[in-house]
Design a protein around this ligand. Sequence first.
Ligand SMILES: C[S@@+](CC[C@H](N)C(=O)[O-])C[C@H]1O[C@@H](n2cnc3c(N)ncnc32)[C@H](O)[C@@H]1O
Length: 160
Amino acid sequence: MSRLDSFISRMHSQRAVLNHIKDQSMIGPDGVILEIGLGNGRTYDHIRELFPDNRIIVFDRAVGSHPDSTPPEADLILGDIKETIRRFDGKNIAFAHADIGTAYPEKDAKTLTWLPQSVAAALRSGGIAASGLPLDHPELEPLPLPAGAEPGRTYFYRKR
Ligand SMILES: C[S@@+](CC[C@H](N)C(=O)[O-])C[C@H]1O[C@@H](n2cnc3c(N)ncnc32)[C@H](O)[C@@H]1O
């Protein structure tokens, strides 16, 4: 598969999971959402369209998003997510979306030393996680992927 096809498949999978979470009403209107990896702001923009009433707190090292999809300053947390996400331990987050995979296995292996634990610690019981990297953690129960999402492109969990 070409890298273009692989990218398109990842985007389709991301969107299918986000839309499924909305369609199945998996997040109440009062639930706080974490967007882990702002990047260009495309998934942030999609999430805020799907969940207009929810607060979305967004993480990255620096703002690199399009001006139309840059979060308000109050909802933006800049710095190394490995450190900044710690303040959300025990904060009963409803949904965490993480898109910080790089396709460089050695870099992703480092991220995986802290990301699953950090997401599990932030979520409330019953909270949802969707991630481009697998989140292997005893408190995160894998959920079946919806139609349109390809295994290995996106990972989907509920906190026990
Ligand atoms: C693939 S991009 C996210 C793309 C985004 N979902 C979108 O739709 O535009 C990943 C982002 O995560 C950020 N990132 C990755 N690891 C990070 C870390 N440890 N701390 C802070 N930011 C990180 C990168 O700077 C990059 O902007």
